[in-house]
Each structure stands twice: as structure tokens, then as C-alpha cells.
Design a protein around this ligand. Structure first.
Ligand SMILES: Nc1nc2c(c(=O)[nH]1)N[C@H]1C(S)=C(S)[C@@H](COP(=O)(O)OP(=O)(O)OC[C@H]3O[C@@H](n4cnc5c(=O)[nH]c(N)nc54)[C@H](O)[C@@H]3O)O[C@H]1N2
Ligand SMILES: Nc1nc2c(c(=O)[nH]1)N[C@H]1C(S)=C(S)[C@@H](COP(=O)(O)OP(=O)(O)OC[C@H]3O[C@@H](n4cnc5c(=O)[nH]c(N)nc54)[C@H](O)[C@@H]3O)O[C@H]1N2
Ligand SMILES: [Mo]
Length: 759
């Protein structure tokens, strides 16, 4: 056992007993600005985030309350902005000093910590190093390789959700003119089940509430979401709701501090007193994956109380009888067993729902990354429809998106299964025949690269090699490619796990000034509540060689499609020209340039919000689902545990800012496994033991070595650990049944103690 494998001092793991937010959040932000070497610049930059003339925070997709209001402090927004505005640089000298095989040994944190990429780079096999390449040569190489494929479907074009509307629109246009719908994106691993579940019921795949509804709601239900770390600005809404007596009901297997108590850094008195506002009025620590059973229990309790809104159902809905029958057939014992909650508790939560005249249901990754997420989300929508909580002030569905423009990218057509009407309009506007065959999603892309040697993989942002499941298989698949190209701001794993040829194309970030032929440009984004607004950076770019994402796409298209009639380079001279075309193709964007310049932007129409059910044939639809009996591996007799993989407070997806997870009481270690006292006792393993985590699947075992057991309040049979360290454990074919989202919150595992720990 090496030194690195020794447990860190006991003191590093200590329950956090303070509220979320407050002075600890301020202190952590200052520390972060110092680490990035930008105390002065960072503060100036931050003051421009989420302001009318500034840039959209690259952190999360939570909307901004008021574009005219003062700066809203958000610790993790600070980290996201600081990570981009960092003073550190990855130069050609850096690449000259390290081979790729050497860099591949570095942890994620150390790669990202090197700072911003500055120069386009090409990997050379002889030296195993990245060396500078000029932009023209890079585009010519990609164009050549793409044209040489013969079949356009042998190329894959991934997108991560920071990409602006303008870049996303050009990108999907390019990919479709090239001849493919192979547009996998991070959404496939994220809210894909939401995007598939909701349209069948209410005709739209997006949330139906706005921030105004949070002011008026009488009850908020939060399933599988950790806003204290991942959407900290949401805590401001929860705090205001809690202070006016609105119940906040949480379903989450882990006790999350950020859902329990919050000190608002916006309120000096509260800061000084430090006690803060209690948030969750009711906290149900259900079993991992127990949500479908729990929601079925809530529906059953509403029906048993006869509390459904008969008038709304008669006027607006279809499928009620089927739902009522299905739920009546599910026994309370199945519900209790599946959810790990008692009937009395579910009835208590249902009473809150029944008594509230207007309720909002929020959900995050705790709901979407399971084998039956679509069924669970449709059950959440059933619950809303049951009492008319749709299209009424203070009520509705609130799926909380992740990446700051992941919703906008979908709106712009980044989708492997585009709607035929969208393709019709795209083809008419640009005078070509878009391909109609569905493309590959993320899981399909990995399988295709593994099966077919010589594909081309192009990524507009993100970190595909680290964010995806089944790490060993995914890495082998990427290495099987003829060419891998990464458009990135920071160094990451995906630059080091590459094809026979590889390019890194460094781009501007949100915080940076984007100058094109016609002057300074702004891009647009769409938040989780369908507000579309402008974003303009003002920092000097990290390097004079960076190109904007729209410029990269335009030059790529020019180099790849010599016969295209689109004036690619002309479009990026002035992004208004791109927006004009978007306005003619994408529904809801007419008069785009004018409407987006109104301060605060505009709200995209949401038919369900207006109780306009024409998109689903005139009526909102209940979709009946029954929970499975407890999966065999979840009975403790099988000796298996269910592992959920979550984010720490100190990371942005695969970007690891630091080793702290303050609200869960962890410092200095990321390889921790949260486990209940009862399971520790049952397995006869004391907290502080190091174990290998082994996932058990039909095709064999996968091992994530060396995790430290940490006692935590979590149901028995359930354990939790951070991603991406655990992605190695997620089998590629373990995914949501319909949407194929990796089931990274439902991994059957067993623990293998590492024998003697050296003293
Ligand atoms: N600072 C920061 N902000 C972020 C991100 C980040 O990494 N860092 N990521 C962004 C992205 S892309 C996304 S998608 C969002 C993610 O934001 P979240 O949806 O909050 O993501 P997670 O941390 O994966 O997990 C959410 C919660 O689900 C709970 N959970 C786990 N399993 C279950 C279950 O079976 N049932 C229920 N009910 N709950 C469960 C976990 O305990 C955790 O509290 O945040 C976005 N914002
Ligand atoms: N086990 C497990 N796996 C998961 C999840 C989980 O909960 N558990 N969550 C899933 C979810 S919800 C998501 S969304 C995915 C995330 O998957 P991705 O979106 O692919 O991953 P990120 O870590 O967000 O990508 C980080 C990289 O993006 C690049 N980047 C940052 N800003 C910009 C920019 O402005 N432009 C460009 N071009 N590049 C930029 C930087 O180089 C950085 O290294 O991971 C998924 N994977
Ligand atoms: Mo996400």
C-alpha cells in the first residue's frame, strides 16, 4: 500500500452542523479567486455576471430573478466564473514538457488546474506530444478526414450544454448538411427522460413554471436535487417561500444540508446572526430508486382521499380511469417496500399536497438517472394533473436543468431525433434535404465507436471521456477513432484519450469579449424556465489565438462542405445574421433580434402553461405506471448495495475545483463512500475502512479501487459516491429503458475490503 492509499486524518471527515450559505460560502469564494490568481479581475468579472449588459453565468441553468437587480452572490457561480477567468494558462511550452502518456496519469483536478488553453494543438504520434498547429491546417485536416469517411454517419458530433444558441444552431446545420443526425449531447446523460416523458403528456418537454410562480406557490416538492451545491441561487427562492410559510417537501436518500437550512449571503443581518432559515419542512430519506413507488403512493393517497380535481380532469385530461385502476392495483406494501418509506409518511406528504391550492414539483438527477426515469417523471406529471397544478399561477412542473444552455441547445436542434417539422423548416430555409434517419445518442455513439474502427469524433465542449459511463469501454471506443477533435476551454481527460489523430481547438468562454468583422458580438442562451436572453463577455480573451465557437463551426463547415450554399463566414461576421435565420427556422423565435434586446430577454411560449393541449391532441394525458417489485439486488439478502453517484460541492461535473464537500463534512478526499451505520454494522466494516467498490452486471464485474467508508444518514442498502471517479462502474447497457440515459444513480455494487491498511 502506497502513501497515497493511507486514510487521511480522521479530522478531515466531520459532520457539518452549520447552515448552507453564509460566511463559509463567502470565505470559500475568496479562496477560490485567490487560487485562480484573480482577486481583482475576478470581482469585476463577477459583478457583470447575470446583469443586463453582462454575460450569463456559466454555472447552472437556474434563471435570474431580475436583470436590473443587484449582483446575486452564488458561491458555485463564483467558482464557475473563476475557473474560466483564471490567470493560469496552458501554453505550447506546457505541452512540449509533457507527453500525453504522462498527462494521462494526472488526476482530473490537476489537468483543469493548469488553466486556459491558448493555442490550437495537434497530437504527434512520434513524440506522443501535442504540438501547435495553425487554424487553417486544423480545419483542412478535419475536412479531409470527414470527407474521406464516405458515410456521413461514421462521424459523431457531441455537444455539451455551455454552447450558445448561435453556435448550436450553426453546428446542427453543418452536421445536417454534412448528412447526419449524429448529434449526441450531454442531455442524453442528464434530462433526456424529462424531454421524452413530458411531451407525451402535455406537449412540451420543458418546465412550465417561472420564478413568479415560486413567489405564489403554496407547496414545493423537491425530488432528487441538491440545489445547495448545484443551483445555489434556487435557495433564495426556497428561503423566501419558507419564510412565508410555504411547505417544502424533500424526497432524497441523502440528508443534504443545503435543503435543510440556509443563511442568505444577500442579507447582512442573517449573515451576522448565522442561524439562517430552515428550508425543508418535511424531509423523506427514501430508498435510492424508490421514487416511482413513492410517487405512486402519493397518487394513491390523493385518490383514496377522493381529492382529485374532478372538474379539471373532466375538462382537460384523458386517461384518468386507467391511472386510477393501475394505482388501485398497487398495494401499499409494494409501495412501502419499493420506496423504503412508511405509508403514514406518504399520506402525510399527500395531505400537504392536497391542502395546497398551488404546488410546484422540482426534480433533478436523482430522478432522471434510473432505469425507469420516464415512468417516474410521467408519474410526477400525473400527480400535478390530478389536482390541476398545471397552467395555474404558483403551480407546475420544474425540471431543473444542469448546464447553463443545455435547454437552448435542444431548442436550436441539437438532437439525434429531430422533429420532422423542424427538419422541414431547416431544409426550406437553407435549401437542402436534411437527413431523416435518427442519429446516435451518447450510449449509441460509444457503442458505434467501439464497433466500427476509424470513425471521427468531434466534441463542441464537454469532457466526453470522463462524463460518460463504462470508462474502460468508452476509452477503448475513443481510441478506435481515426480522428478525435475537442473544442475546449480547459485541459481535460478527453484530450488524453484520443483517436489515431487528435486536435485540441481552444475557444473563447462566456466571460470573454467576442469580436468579429462587424464588431463586438453577444450570444444568447435559454435558462431552465425558458427565458431567452443575451450574454456578452467583457474580459480580454485568455489568448489572442482563441476563436469563438460560432467562428470555429463556420470555418469547419467551410473546410468540409465546399458545395454548401450557406455563407458560413458571412454569418459569423455579425451574429444578428445567425439570429435572423434562427428566427425563420425555430418556433417561437420570430423577431428574435429585437425581442432579445429588451432587457431580461423574452419568455418562450409554453403551451401547457396556457392549458393549450393541442400538441397532444386536445387533452393532457395521464400515463399509468406501476412500480416494480423491489429489484432482486436490492434485497439485503443478495448482499448487494445500490450505489448512487453524485456531485460534491467542489466540482462542476468533471471539473474538480477542490477536494472539499463542505456540506457533507468531507475535506481532502474524493474517494469516499457514504454508507449507513446499519450497513457498516451488518457488513462488519468500521467507518474509515478502505474498500474496492465492485459493480455486478450480467457481463461481469467492474472495479473502482480504494474508497474510504464514511458513515452518513442514508437508508440501508444504499450507498453514494462522487462521479466521475465511479463512472468506471456504470455498465454501458445499464440505462433508462426508453431514453437510454445511463442509470448512474442505480448501480448494483458490493464492497471488497482492502486487506491490511498500513499503519
Ligand atoms: N456547482 C455545480 N453546479 C452544477 C453542476 C455541478 O457539477 N456543480 N452540474 C450541473 C448539471 S450538468 C446538472 S445536471 C445539475 C445537477 O444537479 P443535481 O440534480 O442536484 O445533481 P446530483 O448531485 O447528481 O444529484 C442530485 C441529488 O439526487 C439525490 N439522489 C441520488 N439518488 C437519488 C434517488 O434515487 N432518488 C432521489 N429522490 N434522489 C436521489 C442525491 O442525494 C442528490 O442530492 O447541476 C448543474 N449545476
Ligand atoms: N456517474 C455519473 N455520470 C454523469 C453524471 C452523474 O450524475 N453521474 N451526470 C451527467 C450529466 S447530468 C452531465 S450534463 C454530463 C456532463 O458532461 P459534459 O458536459 O461533457 O462535461 P463537463 O464536465 O461539464 O465538461 C467540462 C469541460 O467543458 C469544457 N468547457 C467549459 N466551458 C466551455 C465553453 O464555454 N466552451 C467549450 N467549447 N468548452 C467548454 C472544458 O474544457 C471542461 O473541461 O455528465 C454526466 N455524467
Ligand atoms: Mo447535467
Amino acid at each position: 500500500m502506497t502513501v497515497a492509499e493511507k486514510p487521511k486524518p480522521e479530522s478531515a471527515i466531520k459532520p457539518f452542523d452549520k447552515p448552507a450559505g453564509g460566511l463559509s460560502a463567502l470565505a470559500s469564494s475568496i479562496l477560490c479567486l485567490r487560487e485562480q490568481g484573480i482577486i481583482g479581475k475576478g470581482t469585476r468579472t463577477l459583478l457583470r455576471s447575470n446583469q443586463p449588459e453582462g454575460f450569463d453565468c456559466p454555472g447552472c441553468a437556474w434563471p435570474d430573478r431580475n436583470p436590473h437587480s443587484t449582483f446575486e452572490f452564488c458561491e458555485n457561480g463564483v467558482k464557475a466564473v473563476a475557473a474560466e477567468a483564471t490567470a493560469r494558462r496552458v501554453t505550447p511550452e506546457f505541452f512540449a514538457a509533457h507527453t500525453v502518456s504522462e498527462l494521462a496519469q494526472w488526476p482530473e483536478h490537476d489537468l483543469e488546474a493548469q488553466g486556459r488553453l491558448t493555442t490550437p494543438m495537434r497530437w504527434h504520434a512520434e513524440s506522443d506530444r501535442y504540438q501547435p498547429v495553425c487554424w487553417d491546417e486544423a480545419f483542412a485536416l478535419i475536412g479531409r478526414e470527414l470527407r474521406a469517411l464516405g458515410d456521413p454517419d461514421r462521424a459523431l458530433f457531441y455537444t455539451s450544454g455551455r454552447t450558445s444558441n448561435e453556435a448550436a444552431f450553426l453546428y446542427q446545420l453543418f452536421v445536417r448538411q454534412f448528412g447526419s443526425n449524429n448529434l449526441p449531447d450531454c442531455s442524453n446523460m442528464c434530462h433526456e427522460p424529462t424531454s421524452q416523458a413530458m411531451p407525451e403528456q402535455i406537449g412540451v418537454g420543458k418546465g412550465t413554471v417561472t420564478l413568479d410562480d415560486f413567489e405564489r406557490t403554496q407547496a414545493i416538492f423537491i425530488f432528487g436535487q441538491n440545489p445547495g451545491s448545484n443551483h445555489p441561487r434556487m435557495l433564495t427562492e426556497l428561503r423566501q417561500a419558507a419564510r412565508r410559510g410555504c411547505p417544502i417537501v424533500v424526497f432524497n436518500p441523502l440528508r443534504e444540508r443545503g435543503l435543510e437550512r440556509f443563511v442568505s449571503p444577500q442579507h447582512p443581518l442573517e449573515l451576522v446572526r448565522g442561524r439562517g432559515t430552515p428550508l425543508a419542512s418535511h424531509y423523506y430519506t427514501l430508498r435510492i430508486g424508490g421514487d416511482l413507488a413513492a410517487v405512486t403512493g402519493l397518487i394513491k393517497a390523493v385518490l383514496e382521499a377522493g381529492a382529485q380535481d374532478e372538474d379539471f380532469i373532466a375538462e382537460h385530461c384523458a386517461g384518468f380511469a386507467d391511472l386510477a385502476r393501475t394505482v388501485a392495483d398497487v398495494s401499499w406494501s409494494t409501495i412501502e417496500q419499493g420506496s423504503g418509506l412508511e405509508r403514514a409518511h406518504l399520506e402525510q406528504a399527500a395531505q400537504i399536497y392536497i391542502q395546497s391550492p398551488a404546488s410546484i414539483i422540482c426534480w433533478g438527477m436523482g430522478i432522471t438517472q434510473h432505469p425507469r426515469s420516464v415512468a417516474t417523471i410521467q408519474s410526477l406529471v400525473n400527480l400535478l394533473l390530478l389536482r390541476g397544478n398545471m397552467g395555474r399561477p404558483g403551480a407546475g412542473a420544474c425540471p431543473v436543468r444542469g448546464h447553463s444552455n443545455v435547454q437552448g441547445d435542444r431548442t436550436m436542434g441539437i438532437c439525434e431525433r429531430p422533429a420532422p417539422e423542424f427538419l422541414d423548416r431547416l431544409g426550406a430555409e437553407f435549401n437542402f434535404q436534411p437527413p431523416r434517419a435518427p442519429g446516435l445518442d451518447t450510449v449509441g455513439a460509444i457503442q458505434a465507436m467501439a464497433d466500427t474502427p476509424g470513425m471521427v469524433f468531434f466534441a463542441l465542449g464537454g469532457n466526453f471521456a470522463a462524463a460518460t459511463p463504462d470508462t474502460a469501454k468508452t476509452h477503448a471506443a475513443l481510441r478506435n477513432c481515426a480522428l478525435t477533435v475537442q473544442v475546449s476551454t480547459k485541459l481535460n481527460r478527453s484530450h488524453l484519450v484520443h483517436g489515431r489523430q487528435a486536435l485540441i481547438l481552444p475557444c473563447l468562454g462566456r466571460t470573454e469579449m467576442d469580436r468579429q468583422a462587424n464588431g463586438r458580438q453577444a450570444v444568447t442562451v435559454e435558462d431552465s424556465m425558458s427565458m431567452v436572453h443575451l450574454s456578452a463577455g467583457m474580459n480580454t480573451p485568455a489568448s489572442s489565438e482563441l476563436l469563438s465557437e460560432p467562428a470555429i463551426i463556420a470555418r469547419l463547415a467551410k473546410a468540409t462542405l465546399p458545395d454548401s450554399t450557406v455563407d458560413w463566414l458571412g454569418l459569423v461576421e455579425n451574429y444578428d445574421r445567425i439570429r435572423e435565420r434562427i428566427g425563420r427556422v425555430v418556433e417561437g423565435f420570430d423577431d428574435f433580434n429585437r425581442r432579445v434586446r429588451v432587457p431580461g430577454g423574452f419568455h418562450l411560449r409554453n403551451a401547457a402553461r396556457e392549458r393549450d393541449w393541442r400538441p397532444v391532441g386536445g387533452r393532457a394525458r395521464f400515463k399509468a405506471h406501476a412500480p416494480d417489485p423491489l429489484p432482486a439486488h436490492q434485497s439485503s439478502a443478495a448482499g448487494l448495495l445500490t450505489l448512487t453517484t453524485v456531485r460534491s460541492h467542489d466540482q462542476y461535473n468533471t471539473t474538480i475545483y477542490g477536494m472539499r464537500d463542505r456540506y457533507r463534512g468531507i475535506a481532502g478526499e474524493r474517494r469516499v463512500l457514504f454508507i449507513s451505520a446499519a450497513d457498516l454494522q451488518r457488513l462488519d466494516l468500521p467507518a474509515g475502512t478502505w474498500v474496492d467498490v465492485v459493480s455486478v452486471w450480467h457481463d461481469g464485474e467492474r472495479v473502482a479501487p480504494r474508497f474510504l467508508l464514511v458513515e452518513y444518514e442514508i437508508p440501508t442498502g444504499c450507498v453514494a459516491a462522487y462521479f466521475p471517479e465511479t463512472n468506471v462502474l456504470v455498465p454501458l447497457d445499464h440505462h433508462e429503458q426508453r431514453s437510454r440515459t445511463p442509470a448512474s444513480k442505480a448501480i448494483p455494487v458490493r464492497l471488497r475490503p482492502i486487506s491490511a491498511v498500513a499503519p
